[in-house]
Write a protein that binds this ligand. Structure first.
Ligand code: G
Ligand code: MN
Length: 268
């Protein structure tokens, strides 16, 4: 399968093979969906999708990640205003740290924003902690410039990979996304729950927003809202879905089963 993915990346992925999915992010304070993460899906030509993580890591190795990231960002910019009209204040897009080390990135982002007329305040760049950053000065300068353009910056997969507190001091960010593995470890593990709790307290004190990822059960949702976590993302609130399904979910959110909403709001 890798050979096929590599061949596809080599030729350039045809547009018709790419679908952008959206995963809802639940706003605990407001009791509804106010953000979404845009996720790329590439058709395998057999009715399914290629595993995205694998595709992304092959694209990085082949030096093709910049193109994919840029296309995703462009797409986000084309839908941002429509999403904002429907109450989705922030659309989060993943940008590989490899792409952030490319000198042309910032000017290209600037050009895309101008061309599409998207509001940068309604967009967020997620940068994963999973990879080592080689050209750190260049990376930090790019992230700083992206934030100066008005974009939000999120630290993705926090708590895994190369995340360190020292690294958090090097570039501006407004959102911390707690990795799924930490959320899942809270189940029966007091140490994990305590770590998550402390990261949430620290983020609240320093006025950063926290998104807990991988929320799959009402217990996790309840526990995290009781800890003061402001945003929740995971299959419990919705899997990544088409734009149409996502906007319908936002619109009909109040009609969801009451126990789900109560669980998410932290009330028993
Ligand atoms: O690391 P990042 O935030 O980019 O991860 C997003 C990936 O995590 C997506 O591919 C999405 O399908 C997956 N994901 C999102 N929520 C959940 C969840 O609740 N459970 C599991 N198993 N995977 C999830
Ligand atoms: Mn992400």
């Amino acid at each position: 399968m890798n050979v096929k993915m590599e061949a596809l990346l080599q030729r350039g992925i045809p547009r018709e093979r790419i679908t952008y999915y959206y995963q809802p992010i639940y706003d605990v304070g407001r009791g509804r969906i106010t953000k979404a993460e845009l996720l790329l899906r590439v058709s395998d030509g057999k009715g399914g999708f290629f595993p995205t993580e694998k595709l992304v890591s092959i694209a990085e190795r082949m030096g093709k990640i910049d193109e994919m990231d840029k296309a995703a960002f462009y797409h986000a910019c084309t839908v941002q205003r429509e999403f904002a009209r429907r109450g989705v204040e922030l659309l989060e897009v993943n940008l590989s740290p490899a792409a952030c080390q490319n000198l042309r990135l910032v000017s290209e982002v600037e050009r895309i924003l101008a061309e599409t007329g998207a509001d940068p305040q309604g967009l967020c760049i997620e940068i994963t902690e999973l990879y080592k950053i080689v050209k750190e000065d260049r990376f930090c300068a790019s992230v700083r410039r992206l934030h100066e353009l008005g974009l939000h910056i999120a630290v993705d997969d926090f708590g895994t990979g190369y995340s360190s507190l020292q690294r958090l001091l090097k570039f501006p960010f407004q959102i911390l996304k707690l990795d799924k593995s930490l959320i899942w470890a809270m189940d029966g593990q007091n140490l994990a729950a305590s770590m998550v709790d402390h990261v949430i307290q620290f983020s609240t004190e320093t006025q950063h927003m926290v998104v807990a990822e991988g929320v799959e059960t009402p217990e996790q949702a309840r526990q995290l809202s009781e800890m003061g976590c402001t945003y929740l993302q995971g299959y419990y609130f919705g899997r990544p879905m088409s734009q149409e399904d996502f906007l319908a979910l936002c619109e009909n959110w109040d009609e969801r089963p009451a126990e789900r909403l109560m669980a998410a709001a932290g009330t028993r």
